[in-house]
Design a protein around this ligand. Structure first.
Ligand SMILES: Nc1nc2c(ncn2[C@@H]2O[C@H](COP(=O)(O)OP(=O)(O)OP(=O)(O)O)[C@@H](O)[C@H]2O)c(=O)[nH]1
Ligand SMILES: [Mg+2]
Length: 159
């Protein structure tokens, strides 16, 4: 399940890993999109969930039962880090999601001033999460920075 605040780049991520193509014009997601993405001999089943406030109560439902939660942050928009931290920790506090591996993506690394991994770990308080595997990568959907390691992380979480 791909989760995060609106405009962080969730749908862009799913488009890039699904189509190998960056499309700058994306419409805000309403509720969710479900996609199956084939990569060699594996198939990723991806819930691309909407990030606007009115949809956030549904996040737990889409994360329930998944192999991994991908939480996307706009690393170039530090004013939203507080809200992102709040929503992330709120989501992970749900009993139903105990132990589900978490991948935090600091997206938009192509933009000037984008926060790096160390800042994200601190600002999102990722070191407080100790009930599951957690990884954090900086990445960009625009120039596909780090998508190789992200795909590797995802494929290792499958069954
Ligand atoms: N510069 C830059 N812009 C990006 C990147 N990824 C996404 N964007 C842009 O950010 C905006 C929002 O992207 P979306 O993929 O729609 O974001 P979302 O998280 O799916 O948003 P919701 O569906 O509303 O929750 C779009 O204008 C994208 O083109 C990136 O890596 N770099
Ligand atoms: Mg979207």
């Amino acid at each position: 399940a791909v989760i995060g605040l609106q405009a962080s780049g969730k749908t862009s991520f799913v488009n890039v890993i699904g189509n190998g193509q960056w499309v700058p014009e994306v419409v805000p997601t309403v509720a969710f999109n479900f996609r199956k993405i084939r990569k060699g001999n594996i198939t990723l089943k991806v819930w691309d969930v909407a990030g606007q406030p009115k949809f956030r109560t549904m996040w737990e439902r889409y994360c329930n039962g998944v192999d991994a939660i991908v939480f996307v942050v706009d690393a170039a928009d530090p004013e939203k880090f507080n809200a992102a931290r709040f929503e992330l920790h709120q989501l992970l506090s749900q009993q139903t999601l105990a132990g589900v591996p978490l991948l935090v993506l600091g997206n938009k690394s192509d933009l000037d001033g984008a926060a790096g991994v160390n800042d994200l770990i601190k600002d999102l308080e990722l070191s407080k999460i100790n009930d599951r595997p957690v990884s954090c990568y900086s990445c960009s959907m625009k120039n596909q920075h780090n998508l190789g390691v992200v795909m590797q992380w995802l494929t290792e979480r499958g069954h």
